[in-house]
Design a protein around this ligand. Structure first.
Ligand code: FES
Length: 316
């Protein structure tokens, strides 16, 4: 159950405003350390950390935001800014299963709109709304690059191909009944939103090789090309020359003197030279968490840390 339970009863609208208990926080911190170690700069770990929070709370909870901020030396405002940008991060308790109906052009004309109307009527919820039992969150979703199997429905990002209103209704009823449900391709059965979120955080569930990968419709073009001996045309000399020139051209804003060394993958000599306050040398660390304040209104890393600690305490 993704919705917070208090005393065994579901409390609609309840949120996780209290901090994680010590045991949970220690466990999540250990996981966060594994994730952070994968990145040269810790703040780059924010996206998987938000998934980690969702694997615990079923959404990006206020205490989850505070946790990410504390782990990465960010403010809670910075974490919220990222969490509200991407639709995969939920700002309210999500159902155990996100059922996404593709209503982009091809799926829509192939029946996606009819599937959406059937599921919305049947479940009694609209876009990004969750059924009363906390089982299903229904969403309209954009193209999943599975147009060869349109119309497509996704359950926690597993494919259900060539759906009809009736077959999609059967899927959601089986999910609500707790029956294991197998997608058309991919894993042997769909996992819960929390389980999926842990995988997205970077912790394998060992199921990546289950089931069918690319199906016949997806591979049809490849088969035809092999039968007919079709291959992609090779690059022309002009295209190779242009690509080499582009590789040598400094990116906008990069000092020209730094370009040859950067293109060769070397640290430019100028990296060690003094630069104006707050301006990172080419090739140097560029995390704003490490830069000194450059103006009166600017916030130093130390101030950000104090602000984040204060926010964290308030969330507790
Ligand atoms: S339009 Fe639905 S998967 Fe592409």
């Amino acid at each position: 159950m993704s919705v917070e339970e208090i005393g065994g009863a579901r409390v609609p609208g309840a949120t996780h405003r209290t901090a994680f208990d010590d045991e949970t926080r220690a466990r999540l911190s250990a996981d966060a350390a594994v994730i952070k170690a994968r990145y040269p700069q810790e703040r780059s770990a924010l996206l998987p950390l938000l998934h980690l929070v969702q694997s615990e709370d079923g959404y990006v909870s206020p205490r989850g935001i505070a946790f990410c901020a504390a782990e990465l030396g960010l403010t809670t405002a910075e974490v919220s800014a990222v969490a509200t940008f991407y639709t995969q991060y939920k700002r309210h308790p999500n159902g155990d299963y996100t059922v996404g109906v593709c209503t982009n052009t091809l799926c829509a004309v192939m029946g996606g709109d009819a599937i959406w109307e059937e599921l919305s009527d049947h479940l009694g919820v609209g876009h990004d709304e969750t059924t009363e039992d906390g089982a299903i969150t229904l969403e309209r979703i954009e193209c999943n690059a599975a147009c060869d199997y349109a119309p497509v429905v996704m359950v926690n990002w597993e494919f259900f191909d060539n759906q009809t209103p009736d077959s999609a209704r059967d899927v959601v009823e089986a999910l609500r009944a707790g029956t294991p449900v197998a997608p058309t391709r991919g894993a042997d059965h769909v996992c819960t939103f929390k389980e999926m979120s842990r995988v997205l955080a970077g912790f394998s569930d060992g199921r990546a090789d289950e089931g069918v990968g690319a199906g016949p419709a997806t591979l049809r073009g490849l088969e035809l090309a092999r039968q007919e001996g079709w291959t992609a045309p090779p690059f022309t000399d002009e295209e190779r020359t242009r690509a080499a020139e582009q590789a040598r051209t400094p990116a906008r804003g990069t000092p020209r003197a730094a370009a040859p060394a950067a293109a060769a993958g070397e640290r430019p000599a100028s990296a060690a030279e003094p630069t104006p306050a707050g301006t990172p040398a080419p090739g140097a660390e560029q995390s704003s968490a490490e830069r000194p304040p450059v103006s009166e209104g600017d916030v130093s890393a130390e101030q950000e840390q104090r602000k984040q600690s204060s926010d964290d305490a308030k969330e507790s």
